[in-house]
Design a protein. Structure first.
Length: 247
């Protein structure tokens, strides 16, 4: 697929793009000239979000149902990209959950194995599954993977300040695992020309934190889109708006 100049149009895929920062990342990438495959596990909500963005004139967006915890939809998404495009320039692994019921707190001794499963499946296994499936198309485009993370999941911060809440353990563990995956992928894919970065957009006001965040989704998305589109970036580093932070 080419633009009006005859050049191949850049393609991006964003997971969890039906709301919040994922939706705004998809919008900003489309405005920047990408063909954006905006995905979500809920077809009705995801399709509605894309229709709204297109109606607002955001650009070339396509909706695709993708549940990062469902290998069948992951494989279908990979086939869709391979069938319709020459490569995948940007993959934004945004889909994530805290695993904490809004308004509910748990003490450490109340946590169970089941509390761990959903955050790990979505925030770590889901990132792995989607990235693995998209590797052939990322290699074709010398593309970039952007994994959304949180500074709350850095060992330096937790060691220095302690975890804010014990019941964040499932979320922090899953994000820390995804951080490690980002570093391993970055090293393994360097020779293929694929770059991989973990970025924390900041404390964004979304329904994940009951809109308690101090930054807007527009501000957070700009950080993510900047990482997705900037040429040279520090390798194997946790990227934030102000630069890098220790893992």
């Amino acid at each position: 697929m080419s633009d009006s100049t005859g050049e191949r149009r850049r393609v991006a895929l964003v997971t969890g793009a039906n709301k919040g920062i994922g939706r705004e990342v998809a919008r900003q990438l489309a405005v920047a000239g990408f063909t954006v495959i905006a995905t979500a596990r809920d077809a009705e909500r995801g399709g509605a979000a894309v229709r709204e963005l297109v109606a607002e004139g955001a650009g070339d967006l396509r909706f695709l149902r993708l549940d990062v915890t469902d290998q069948e939809t992951v494989a279908e998404a990979a086939r869709f990209v391979e069938t319709n495009f020459a490569g995948l320039d940007v993959l934004v692994n945004n889909a994530g959950i805290t695993g904490i019921t809004r308004g509910q707190r748990k003490e450490l001794d109340e946590l169970t194995v089941d509390d761990l499963r959903a955050p790990l499946e979505t925030n770590f296994v889901g990132v792995f599954a989607v990235t693995q499936a998209m590797l052939p198309m990322l290699r074709k485009a010398s593309g970039r993977v952007v994994n959304l993370t949180s500074t709350l999941a850095t060992f330096g911060r937790v060691v220095k300040e302690g975890p804010q809440r014990a019941d964040l353990l499932p979320y922090l563990t899953a994000k820390a695992a995804a951080n490690m995956a980002s570093v391993v992928y970055a090293a393994a894919l360097r020779e293929a020309g694929v770059t991989v970065h973990a970025v924390s957009p900041g404390y964004i006001a979304t329904d994940m934190n009951n809109f308690a965040g101090t930054k807007s989704v527009e501000e957070g998305a700009r950080v993510v889109v900047g990482v997705a589109t900037t040429g040279e970036l520090p390798e194997r580093a946790l990227l934030v708006e102000s630069g890098t932070l220790p893992w």
